[in-house]
Design a protein around this ligand. Structure first.
Ligand code: ATP
Length: 373
């Protein structure tokens, strides 16, 4: 794969879709670079499938333009676009064996000698041994790999995947996530993957677009979305967030000092997605695993410079590697804190008075004018 090749770029400009008076996708601009593994992530009904179908040519956009590489394809039928789609229902031909299912696209184009290409494709999806079986003799994960091989055999520039793992059980789903990632790295073409499963999107994709109510709410690398959410929707959709309503007190260099109840919290200005004028409200966010828990009797041992609030343990659930605590605090009910069990203090049981503390660098700030989802 060369970095200068742009034939697998997908560029949407002002692309939108309405059904009567209902807007499924508000006009959006999106660029997916050649060779990337891109995920459209969101809850049911947010418009991710409609967006994918507009790229595939299966849905006519109400507005905007679709480019694949340098070619405008907005009004081209699906079969004239250099894309192929894998659906949740594998849609394999039940009467054909695996080899013939994969060969189908080549034979339809009148290609006679298909053996080498089909065998290579079956090797890619690690089904070389299963070539003469019928689809019903394979597991769900294997059938989905046949569907991927069949979609890749015509060498599309872009592979679109619409909830392809939705029918699989959790364990198989996790295996197939890694498998699809491996296949994408090997073939080097653009994959656009639709899912409602945040863990799936984070595991597989190098860029994720989080969609909400027909809009892209935030776009970025998985770690960036997780660590620097810009909206409460993204903060809550990607994992658990503790959100504290606080008031801007002062600014100190690149830091904002906020008042939350009787406590002062420090937030780097660069990590704040909200206006920060003195007296203004900000939602201060912190992920549960970034917080340390110290028994109130040992509060003096907490290093200077950490954000801290006091609380009482309401609940503790031991879940193997970690313990998940729920803490009552004056600034936020049901504060979630996850502590690795190697660091667990036996006194941290329900009813114990504790101090929650964390590094300001892990704190993010959101606009308090938004609804908390
Ligand atoms: P899911 O994961 O449930 O498929 P999604 O995020 O992919 O959800 P879409 O299938 O893109 O959502 O649908 C977005 C919205 O558009 C939904 O509210 C849906 O009901 C609506 N919609 C989709 N297709 C049509 C149609 N043909 N006519 C009317 N409304 C539609």
């Amino acid at each position: 794969m060369t970095t200068t090749d742009s034939s697998g770029d997908v560029r949407l400009t002002g692309i939108g879709k309405t059904y009567g008076s209902f807007t499924a996708v508000h006009p959006l601009d999106l660029t997916v670079p050649q060779g990337s593994f891109f995920a459209l992530l969101g809850a049911s009904g947010c418009g991710k499938t409609t967006t994918l179908r507009m790229i595939a040519g299966l849905e006519e956009p109400t507005s905007g333009t679709v480019y694949l590489g340098d070619q405008e394809v907005t009004h081209l039928p699906p079969y004239k676009r250099p894309v192929n789609t894998v659906f949740q229902s594998y849609a394999l031909f039940p009467h054909l064996d695996i080899f013939e299912n994969v060969a189908f696209g080549l034979r339809r184009r009148g290609i006679k000698s298909v053996k080498k290409q089909v065998e290579e494709m079956l090797e890619l999806v690690q089904l070389g041994e299963q070539a003469r079986k019928k689809p019903h003799q394979l597991s769900g994960g294997q059938q989905q790999r046949v569907a991927v091989a069949r979609a890749l055999i015509n060498h599309p520039k872009v592979l679109l995947l619409d909830e392809p793992l939705g029918a699989l059980d959790l364990k198989l789903r996790r295996q197939m996530q890694l498998e699809l990632k491996r296949i994408q790295t090997e073939v080097g073409i653009t994959f656009i993957h639709v899912t409602h499963d945040q863990e799936e999107a984070m595991t597989m994709a190098d860029t994720v677009a989080v969609m909400n109510a027909g809009r892209v709410e935030q776009l970025g690398a998985p770690t960036d979305l997780y660590e620097n959410p810009q909206t409460t929707f993204v903060a809550n959709f990607l994992g658990t967030s503790n959100l504290i309503e606080a008031e801007v007190d002062t600014k100190n260099g690149g830091d904002i000092v906020l008042k939350a109840g009787g406590d002062k919290l420090v937030l780097p200005e660069s990590r704040c997605a909200a206006p920060t004028k003195t007296g203004g409200k900000v939602l201060v966010g912190i992920r549960p695993e970034k917080i340390a828990l110290t028994h109130a009797d040992d509060a003096g041992s907490i290093p200077e410079g950490r954000n801290r609030i006091t609380g009482k343990i309401a609940d503790a659930s031991f879940i193997g590697v970690s313990t998940q605590y729920v803490i009552d605090t004056p600034v936020c009910d049901e504060f979630a804190v996850y502590v690795q069990n190697v660091e667990r203090d036996g006194r941290l049981v329900p009813g114990a008075d504790v101090v929650l503390h964390w590094s300001p660098a892990h704190t993010f700030g959101l606009d308090a004018a938004q609804d908390i989802d």
